[in-house]
Design a protein around this ligand. Structure first.
Ligand SMILES: [Zn+2]
Ligand SMILES: [Zn+2]
Length: 112
């Protein structure tokens, strides 16, 4: 059996820590955060994941910008997103990523 790449796994786990903290910033229900970090992230491209995704799309009454857990999905308990504080590590990571992507897009335009 192949051992998983420990450094990648470490990166993932550290990122999950940010996801959890940020989940609370956003006001997500703890059960959904738990579902996201313990199940959803590791489901890969499975049928269970696709089915859950289909259900989300079906019951969506307003734009849910997170993955609700099966329980909340069934009861249609969704929350509206709250804003992150400026100190949010995930917010910073996402902003840095967007900046990089924009730079890359500008670069590839110049080449064409
Ligand atoms: Zn946050
Ligand atoms: Zn939930």
């Amino acid at each position: 059996m192949k051992t998983p790449d420990q450094s990648l796994l470490k990166q993932d786990l550290l990122r999950i820590r940010e996801d959890i903290v940020c989940g609370f910033h956003s006001g997500f229900p703890p059960c959904c955060i738990k579902f996201f970090v313990t199940k959803w992230l590791w489901m890969g491209n499975t049928k269970a994941r696709k089915d859950h995704w289909k259900k989300i799309r079906r019951v969506r009454c307003f734009d849910v910008e997170y993955i609700p857990c099966p329980e909340c999905l069934k009861n249609k308990t969704f929350v509206k997103l709250k804003k992150c504080p400026k100190t949010c590590a995930k917010l910073k990571r996402v902003k840095a990523w967007i900046k990089k992507e924009k730079k890359n897009a500008a670069k590839s335009k110049r080449i064409k």
